[in-house]
Design a protein around this ligand. Structure first.
Ligand code: HEC
Length: 229
């Protein structure tokens, strides 16, 4: 009986101390960081020196003729009130995106994952996808999609190999969702990769998968003949 009393008493005491005990204390020491994320990192602050560059400045001027993003930034629409989309130049010039949650924005058709690329896939879309894949995905999934990108050398385990049958069979919409929101230990890239780029990445991913899993019958006749068979 007494034992239970002591256990109960200790727990109650702990609860009391944790609720009220440390309130209002001041400390010069930094707070405990259980998950520091990337709060502290090696970086240069504005206007600091660097011995790396000859001119001793950490912030270097842009090279002449630098264009900010490779395409025009999304524009606010004023004039054309009929268009409910953001107009992007480059490979997406003629593709309109609505602001509503359609297949293009969610990867879902009703309650299921949909499949298919929601616009015409052209060579420039594939190129854009390749470029974006190499920027956003290759660090982990590797340029080949095999999952042994540079991040795996720094202790990130369990990076999915894109050539698994499971991912080959996966609906495009589900991959879209994985890019947008992440999956288990993969974080979401929705805030970094704009919607059409996510689809372009999927186009390129499909090409990568095909490249590792093709048969002779996938090769066009004309090319087969060159093989002298
Ligand atoms: C920081 C590393 C990292 C980056 C960058 C990354 N991924 Fe992943 N990805 C992972 C990991 C780890 C997994 C395995 C997650 C798990 O445990 O299921 C994964 C899983 C996946 C899967 C399989 C999801 C499933 O349902 O099993 C797909 C598809 C995928 N990634 C696509 C991409 C694409 C496309 C990009 C680029 C836009 C990308 N990933 C960027 C780490 C990354």
């Amino acid at each position: 009986m007494l034992r239970y009393f002591f256990i109960g008493f200790t727990l109650l005491l702990l609860l009391l101390v944790s609720m009220t005990g440390l309130r209002g204390w001041k400390s010069k020491r930094p707070p405990l960081e259980l998950f520091p994320d990337m709060v502290r990192q090696a970086k240069y602050k504005a206007q600091t020196e660097s011995s790396f560059y000859a001119d001793g400045r950490a912030a270097q001027a842009h090279a002449t003729g630098t264009v900010p993003m490779g395409y025009s930034a999304p524009q606010a629409k004023f004039a054309d009130s009929n268009s409910s989309s953001t107009d992007l130049a480059g490979p997406y010039k003629n593709i309109q995106f609505s602001g509503s949650p359609t297949y293009r924005e969610t990867g879902r058709m009703g309650t299921q994952w949909g499949t298919g690329i929601p616009f015409e896939v052209t060579p420039s879309i594939m190129q854009r996808g390749q470029e974006r894949y190499n920027i956003s995905c290759a660090v982990c999934h590797a340029a080949t999609g095999q999952g042994n990108g540079i991040a795996s050398k720094y202790g990130l385990n369990g990076i999915a190999n894109q050539h698994q049958q499971r991912i080959r069979d996966m609906a495009d919409g589900e991959i879209f969702n994985t890019i947008t929101w992440g999956k288990n230990t993969m974080m979401g890239y929705g805030s970094n990769i704009q919607v059409p780029d996510r689809w372009a990445i999927i186009c390129y991913l499909r090409a990568l998968q095909r490249s590792q899993n093709a048969t002779l019958s996938d090769v066009p006749d004309a090319e087969q003949k060159k093989l002298n068979r």
